[in-house]
Design a protein around this ligand. Structure first.
Ligand code: EPZ
Length: 418
């Protein structure tokens, strides 16, 4: 199993380029099942979750080709409207094929995901939304079996709570449903907007993506399209924190500053300078002394839960007490214990983590427990004195493209060992 070895204490300098968004690429790949024509997707990140989604598309009967920096999906004949357990257990986002498969094939069989390190993460809201559109859904042998042999009917769906992939799943079902669908309490994440942009290029009629009410007028058929995925705001945010925690001077290029407002505001509050040096570039300059600030995760445009672990690593290096409240997932503090092994002073109290800083971090052997937790350990390792060894970095490979090479390019002393 691969590990990262990090010698901490080097300020990051220079530039790091951001890849395409994993969480945008996943629904975009699923959306390509909605048409028999070619869907050409640019800026698909080379990460493990994407390879898993590509395998899943192939399992359904689609063809997936990589050509000169783009991924081409052709789903002319779908022979198996199914997401098997072997795939779903390794990647929960597999449930994103539920909506497109029911819409295109009139039926789908998708494994229930099972447990997850960061919370229970059920998909009940995806299922009830499909039922509102007229699908008959049964749960049997660990699978969700959905059927709509005569097609889906548009309807008004009000989500009980905001769900990102639930909104995306429903959007993909609604574009081929007959009549109008109104999605209330929709997720407003940039990835939902990017999906709506792709679907619109494929011929869908969608209004309101990026707001909490989305209206969709169903069409009989979608056609092929070419689309470039947006920048990964979580990867960009991770690099901004890397610049801040190492007290470096780093430019993060190819990002969308608008998608990072909540993080930028918090970095300013702690005394770190972040400036927009170009429309797609943010420069972060770490400060000698940072002060602690509280942070609560929220749905977009609030502070992203996917940056909570990284921000916690940063707060271990800020003066004072920071209270970090996680409102999206019930168990997303696995990194706290590992950060504590490196010398951080963190007390957990239900959904709150109380971080007392600044305490010097010292390199240690730690274990990555999930994707973003792993990123926080890398950040802590970059700031720590001595060597940090991070085990189980397959978690980080799910969502970060060549993170060690990118960080090393900015001066970090990090290497992968097998
Ligand atoms: C998406 O997951 C992201 N994944 C996650 O990124 C991200 O953390 C999360 O949104 C929140 O921003 C992808 O986009 C592929 P939710 P998703 O449905 O859609 C509860 C990363 O690190 N809920 O918005 O699965 C759920 O348990 C990952 O890249 C239900 O109760 O998250 C959670 O508490 C991890 N029933 C809350 O809603 C449902 O049917 C929000 O989850 C669905 C969700």
């Amino acid at each position: 199993m691969d590990k990262f070895l990090i010698q901490g204490g080097t300020p990051l300098e220079g530039e790091i380029a951001v890849s395409g968004s994993k969480n945008s690429a996943l629904p975009a790949l699923a959306a390509s099942l909605l048409t028999g024509e070619k869907v050409v997707l640019g800026r698909i990140p080379k990460v493990r979750d994407i390879r898993t989604m590509e395998k899943l598309l192939v399992h359904t009967g689609a063809s997936v080709r990589h050509e000169r920096g783009v991924v081409i999906v052709e789903a002319a004949d779908l022979s198996r409207a199914e997401a098997p357990y072997e795939v779903v257990k390794t990647m929960r986002a597999s449930s994103l094929v539920l909506g497109p498969l029911v819409a295109r094939c009139g039926r789908a069989r998708v494994s229930l995901p099972g447990g997850c390190a960061i919370g229970s993460r059920p998909i009940n809201l995806h299922v009830s939304a499909l039922e509102r559109l007229g699908a008959t859904v049964r749960q049997e042998h660990g699978y969700i079996e959905a059927e709509a042999p005569n097609g889906l009917q548009g309807a008004e769906v009000s989500f009980d709570r905001i769900t990102v992939t639930g909104t995306e799943d429903l959007l993909m079902a609604a574009v081929l449903a007959s009549g109008e669908t109104v999605i209330n309490n929709a997720a407003r994440e940039p990835e939902v907007v990017d999906l709506a942009d792709l679907l619109t290029k494929m011929g869908a009629l969608i209004e309101g993506a990026g707001t909490s009410t989305i209206r969709v007028k169903g069409v009989a058929k979608l056609h092929g399209a070419t689309h470039t995925i947006i920048a990964d705001r979580i990867e960009a945010g991770t690099f901004l924190v890397a610049g801040a925690i190492t007290k470096g001077d780093l430019k993060v290029t190819g990002c969308v500053p608008e998608h990072l407002r909540a993080l930028i505001a918090k970095l300013h509050d702690c005394g770190t300078k972040v400036t927009e040096t170009a429309v797609d570039t943010l420069r972060v300059r770490g400060n000698g002394k940072m002060k602690s600030v509280d942070m609560t995760t929220e749905e977009h445009p609030g502070f992203a839960t996917d940056l909570q672990a990284q921000f916690m690593a940063l707060m271990t290096q800020a003066d004072g007490i920071a209270i970090i409240t996680e409102t999206i997932f019930e168990n997303r503090f696995m990194h706290a214990q590992e950060l504590a092994r490196m010398g951080a002073n963190i007390r957990l109290d239900g959904r709150r983590a109380i971080v007392a800083g600044a305490r010097p971090l010292s390199g240690a052997e730690v274990i990555a427990s999930d994707l973003r937790a792993s990123a926080s350990l890398v950040l802590a390792g970059l700031a720590a004195q001595g060597e940090t060894s991070i085990d189980r970095v397959y978690h980080i490979d799910r969502g970060y493209e060549k993170i060690e090479a990118k960080l090393a390019g900015a001066g970090a002393r990090i290497r992968r060992v097998s």
